[in-house]
Unconditional design. Structure first.
Length: 232
């Protein structure tokens, strides 16, 4: 017997308090395949979670491999940060970003850069021809590209792991919240009320709020304390 076209479309989600919600359609009430449909959805979600976890670990390995960290302590803090940020509410939204961290000597002029890379550009780099697609697909095609985000780290705090992680988290948060593409990615993880709240904030308030949202409040406080102590 054929399944309905909506088979597997039931959505089951769990909030931060552990409350599970099942979103169904009106026609699900009398559907004989309801249990199978829910089971199918759970299987699909499990497979997606496994794919996302594998993709996350591969991306972290790539970032560590191409980044230039002079001190082992800072490199260890970077690994800790990456594991946590990809497990945060931002999570899979960052999969179309490739971060490159470079530790530079103190006193060196530093900055951060974001470079968009489209699929067309990738094809050219590979020496292949760009496949012509119908105009209706062009918008989707652009979305399939990614961003290279280069972050230069000019300082570190010996024997203060929280402050070092706070520094990395601060630079990443500042970068992705300072351009329109990054803001759009962040909005995808927020509720409508949170989006309105974030829009009313200035840059510093936005960074503090986002770091707290992603679980780096303690590290942010440790960073502020180090900066305050160093400026005295």
């Amino acid at each position: 017997m054929e399944k309905n076209e909506c088979f597997g479309s039931i959505e089951e989600s769990t909030d931060s308090k552990g409350l599970t919600t099942i979103k169904t359609r009106p026609e699900c009430r009398d559907c004989a395949d309801f249990r199978d449909c829910l089971r199918q959805n759970k299987q699909m979600m499990l497979e997606k979670k496994e794919r996302d976890e594998l993709r996350k670990q591969n991306l972290i390995v790539q970032i560590i491999d191409i980044s230039r960290m002079i001190s082992n302590e800072l490199g260890s803090c970077l690994l800790d940060f990456l594991n946590r940020i990809y497990s945060s509410p931002l999570g899979t939204v960052l999969f179309n970003n490739l971060f490159l961290f470079c530790e530079v000597p103190r006193g060196t002029a530093s900055d951060s850069f974001s470079v968009p890379v489209s699929l067309s550009t990738l094809e050219l780099f590979r020496g292949g021809e760009v496949e012509e697609r119908p105009a209706s697909n062009q918008a989707g095609k652009a979305k399939d590209g990614f961003w290279i985000r280069i972050i230069l780290i000019q300082r570190n705090f010996p024997n203060n792991r929280k402050a070092n992680i706070g520094l990395i988290a601060y630079e990443v948060t500042r970068m992705i919240s300072s351009d329109q593409n990054g803001i759009k990615q962040i909005f995808r993880t927020l509720s409508p009320s949170e989006i309105n709240e974030l829009r009313k904030m200035d840059v510093d308030q936005r960074i503090d709020w986002l770091m707290n949202k992603w679980g780096f409040q303690e590290e942010m406080e440790a960073l502020k304390k180090e900066i305050s102590t160093g400026s005295q």
